[in-house]
Design a protein around this ligand. Structure first.
Ligand SMILES: [Co+2]
Length: 438
């Protein structure tokens, strides 16, 4: 999940934004004249259930599972049902992809006794992160095995989120969903998750970015990938995947953020894709970036640019980062647009005395259930807060809650994203969310 885009725009970006806005409005006008496309496959009621588990049903399932005496000793297939705590009981969770920190100045780390000791001191936090990463891999690979055009976006999101809750034995702020599942489509690069009642259906020619966040005690794993069912988009997906991998490779202790952005841009902009007989240069979405991750804070304050910049800030020992890169056939700049689904209480938000009791109630509810973790309107609904729109707006207007509206490039463009979470251990770099899939 990328940070909210910078508030202060440069002049060039202002003009670009204005142009993009005009184009967007034109495109919207044009689009509104066409009748809405219908999915090729009609949903069949048994294959595409219209309802999904309620909170009470999931809680009951979790309680039932937790109480169960005999579990399979291996994860079940195709649907994983064994919580990772059961699978790894008495064992360490799988270690992510480990590599040395880049740079001659870091070579001492692999053999330093002091760094090795620091690494051991970090073990508890690493185990939390690895536990979470194992849930991420299991849930997402299951999603990859069944998701296809014809499904409603809301069904995809809720089914996957409920699977995450089962596998991690969700337990309030001790562990569970780390942020709303991103399902951003086509020109939308990030921050789209269906709101209650969203009827949008995944289509054959869609490019979808699945961005999943899970946490254990606030230690969040943030990782995303892109899927398509029309091979014409594969050059875009492959380029973005490669750009993210270069970013991950370049990252390390005392590496400057600007150097990572430059390496990413070079790979991204070498990419091309042909669509409808026209060759597009792939561009970086220059106002999206990766970020460091702190406990219960998905955006810790450092940004990892995906284009050349002058940010000399360095990555530091024991920091967690998510590197995410976005490639596009559009103009390479996203704007806020459309129905907002993602929200989060602002870290260090000012104490505001809300005169309306319902507003105070909603704020307390958000603090209790999510703390500063991002949530979406569906999560309020499933917990019984289904009349929240007005109060939520009040909290946003008072700068106590931040809204994260969908971020879109120009209409008709296609964007792709790949993202991994890694940690800068004292002795090495560990890509926690790495899997066989990406
Ligand atoms: Co992210």
């Amino acid at each position: 999940m990328p940070p909210k885009k910078a508030q202060g725009k440069k002049k060039e970006e202002d003009l670009d934004a204005l142009l993009a806005d005009l184009k967007l409005k034109d495109a919207k006008k044009a689009a509104s004249k066409k009748p809405e496309a219908t999915p090729k496959k009609k949903a069949n009621s048994s294959e595409f259930p219209e309802t999904w588990a309620t909170k009470a049903e999931i809680d009951a399932l979790i309680a039932q599972k937790a109480a169960q005496k005999e579990w399979p000793t291996e994860q079940t297939k195709p649907e994983p049902i064994v919580p990772v705590d059961v699978l790894y009981k008495g064992k360490k969770f799988p270690v992510g992809e480990v590599s040395d920190h880049p740079g001659d100045f870091n070579t001492f780390r692999t053999s330093s006794a002091e760094k090795k000791q620091k690494d051991r001191n970090f073990e508890k936090e690493l185990e939390e992160a690895r536990r979470t990463a194992e849930v991420h891999r299991t849930a997402r690979q299951w999603l990859q095995s069944w998701v296809k055009p014809g499904y409603k976006m809301q069904y995809i999101a809720e089914t996957t989120e409920n699977k995450v809750r089962e596998l991690i034995l969700a337990d309030g702020l001790n562990g569970g969903i780390g942020f709303p599942m991103g399902c951003s489509l086509n020109e939308c690069a990030a921050h789209y998750s269906p709101n209650p009642g969203d009827t949008r259906v995944l289509k054959t020619d869609d490019v979808v970015k699945f961005d999943i966040g899970i946490h254990t005690n606030g230690r969040i794993i943030d990782s995303a990938w892109t899927m398509c069912w029309n091979d014409r988009y594969l050059p875009l997906l492959n380029t973005v995947k490669e750009a993210t991998n270069v970013g991950l490779k370049t990252a390390g202790i005392d590496v400057r953020l600007c150097d990572i952005g430059e390496a990413i841009q070079e790979v991204m902009e070498a990419g091309e894709i042909e669509l409808n007989g026209k060759t597009h240069k792939i561009r970086c979405v220059r106002n999206l970036c990766g970020h460091n991750i702190e406990r219960y804070r998905i955006h810790g304050g450092k940004s990892v640019p995906i284009v050349k910049s002058d940010d000399q800030t360095k990555m530091e020992e024991n920091e967690f980062f998510a590197i995410e890169t976005f490639g596009t056939t559009g103009k390479g700049y996203v704007e806020e647009s459309g129905d907002c689904s993602h929200y989060a209480k602002i870290h260090n938000a000012p104490a505001v005395n809300f005169p309306v009791a319902k507003d105070r109630h909603l704020l307390n509810f958000i603090t209790e259930k999510f703390g500063t973790l991002p949530f979406c309107r569906r999560y309020l609904d499933r917990l019984g807060e289904n009349k929240h729109i007005v109060s939520l707006k009040h909290l946003v207007d008072a700068d106590v809650v931040q809204a994260y509206p969908p971020l879109v490039d120009v209409m008709g463009s296609y964007t792709a994203q790949f993202e991994h979470t890694f940690v800068l251990r004292p002795t090495c770099k560990e890509i926690l969310s790495r899997g066989e899939d990406y």
